[in-house]
Design a protein around this ligand. Structure first.
Ligand code: ZN
Length: 170
């Protein structure tokens, strides 16, 4: 090998695709931008699943600005197909759809539970407000007027905590 060809070899390494297909790789190689020489495995996957000529056709079918994404999708699909020969990427899609469904159901039951707790809170607040209201009307707050209210049942805020304590102790 001459020095010139050695130098050329150093400046232009064949891409992963050309290396695998044992063909000459030059600056017009359509696969070179997407399958650099150190990514043999990436090309091996798409070649195994789709075949090199189909990969070239699929890349040619899309506009240049979309080719990188197209190659990424092909590699993803090929990887999924190798991993799961029955369902391929459809397996992953179905699994994710199932997860979305389960999460939707969880969300619905959480919403229902939240509504239930909100109603309980409103009821509780309603009870508390009514208790406060009755307290304002009770004879203990002054005035002589009585609506047949039994004084023995009157709530004594000073005595009550003490009694309460003794109940807890006993
Ligand atoms: Zn090439």
């Amino acid at each position: 090998m001459s020095l010139e060809s050695l130098a050329r070899g150093r400046t232009h390494q064949p891409c992963a695709a050309c290396r695998m297909l044992r063909r000459r790789c030059d600056s017009s190689c359509i696969l070179a931008p997407y399958f650099p020489c150190d990514e043999i495995d990436k090309f091996a996957k798409v070649h195994k699943v789709f075949g090199a000529s189909n990969v070239i056709k699929m890349i040619q079918m899309v506009e240049e600005r979309n080719r990188e994404d197209a190659v990424k999708a092909l590699v993803y699909e090929a990887t999924a197909r190798i991993r799961d020969p029955v369902y391929g990427s459809t397996g992953a899609i179905c699994q994710l759809q199932k997860m979305v469904q389960e999460l939707k159901m969880q969300l619905e039951s959480t919403k229902a539970r939240m509504l239930e707790l909100q109603q309980q809170k409103d009821q509780f607040l309603g009870i508390l407000l009514n208790v406060g209201h009755l307290d304002l009307l009770s004879p203990i707050n002054g005035s002589n007027f009585s609506l047949g209210y039994d004084d023995s049942m009157a709530y004594d805020p000073i005595k009550f905590p003490a009694e309460c304590d003794s109940w807890i102790i006993n």
